[in-house]
Ligand binder design. Structure first.
Ligand code: SF4
Length: 318
């Protein structure tokens, strides 16, 4: 039996069938889920996906929202450029429909485009996301990306491409896991070079892990009663469009208390921020700044570490 046939048969019996974005051909829902699943695990995505389709059941509804509203719902899912691109792409789709070349959409790369094409339109298109790369790298004992793409294309079945694509995703997520792959339960173990040679830990090649640079900053946290001054972050930027604390002190702010360092890891650097509570007298908010009730700020579009600090402030009595 061919590689693809083995996977298709396995998916029908052992794959995942109850993910909330399955059982539909609606390109909007499939596109939304595939963008959310970039670099993010299924379990994390599910509640976000549900909230998005409830609030924005159609691409038109998403396009009609403001960027801030979209980022507010996205807050906590990370990689915020995805949220901004999602909104941009929604406006494009609402106007002209899904393009034939899905890679023309902001935030949609080759693998995401292929997944949408397969699931929504049944097109024969090869995916190569992180999980699939691991499966194919192990099976064919190569870390060469070009070769993996060629393999991915040549393995595509003539029919049932959706089931096959889902099978590859499921296999990578549940059987051919990063650590301790369960080769005994794998439908392609007879084809797998790494299993035969005991090389599973060589593929994919470990990324060279250089220590990430450290960025240190101060978060000025001006308070007025139960209100806090927040600042819209410049776009593009790691938190572009989201609200966070000012990093430049205004002369009218009086420092009252330094809090413990907040640590947060990004893909390219680590952040250490020292929050400093300040009192404010008679100072107007700057152009990108606004006073918000702490309880409301928690639900505004704020990144996760900012939200955690706001929660702490919310529990501090007046
Ligand atoms: Fe992964 Fe093992 Fe299957 Fe090879 S046999 S693809 S290493 S689970």
């Amino acid at each position: 039996m061919k590689f693809a046939q083995k996977l298709i048969r396995w998916q029908r019996r052992h794959g995942r069938h109850d993910l909330p974005w399955q059982g539909t051909r609606d390109p909007y829902r499939i596109w939304l889920s595939e963008v959310m699943l970039q670099q993010t695990q299924v379990a994390t995505v599910i509640p976000y996906y549900r909230r998005f389709v409830e609030k924005y059941p159609t691409v038109g509804a998403l396009a009609a929202a403001t960027e801030e509203e979209v980022l507010q719902l996205w807050a906590g899912l990370g990689y915020y450029s995805r949220g901004r691109n999602l909104h941009k792409a929604a406006r494009q789709i609402a106007e002209t429909g899904f393009p034939d070349d899905l890679e023309q959409l902001p935030g949609v790369g080759r693998s995401t485009a292929a997944a949408i094409a397969a699931f929504a339109f049944g097109r024969r298109a090869a995916i190569l996301d992180g999980n699939v790369k691991r499966v194919l790298a192990r099976c064919f004992a190569t870390n060469d990306k070009d070769r993996l793409w060629i393999r991915a294309e040549s393995l595509l079945p003539r029919k049932d491409v959706e089931t096959y694509t889902q099978a590859l995703m499921d296999l990578g997520a549940t059987v051919c896991t990063r650590r301790k792959p369960q080769c005994g339960a794998c439908p392609v173990h007879e084809d797998c070079i790494s299993r035969k040679k005991g090389w599973a830990d060589r593929f994919p090649a470990a990324r060279e892990r250089k220590p990430l640079p450290l960025k240190e900053t101060t978060w000025w946290v001006p308070l007025k009663g139960r209100k806090v001054l927040m600042e819209k972050q410049p776009s593009p930027g790691i938190w572009g469009g989201l609200l966070a604390f000012p990093q430049v002190k205004h002369p009218g702010w009086m420092e009252v208390k330094r809090l413990g360092v907040v640590q947060h890891g990004f893909t390219h650097f680590r952040l250490h921020a020292t929050p400093v509570l300040c009192t404010v007298r008679g100072v107007r908010a700057g152009e990108a700044q606004r006073w918000i009730e702490i309880d409301k700020a928690i639900h505004a579009p704020v990144p996760a570490p900012v939200k955690a600090l706001l929660r702490k402030l919310g529990t501090v009595p007046n």
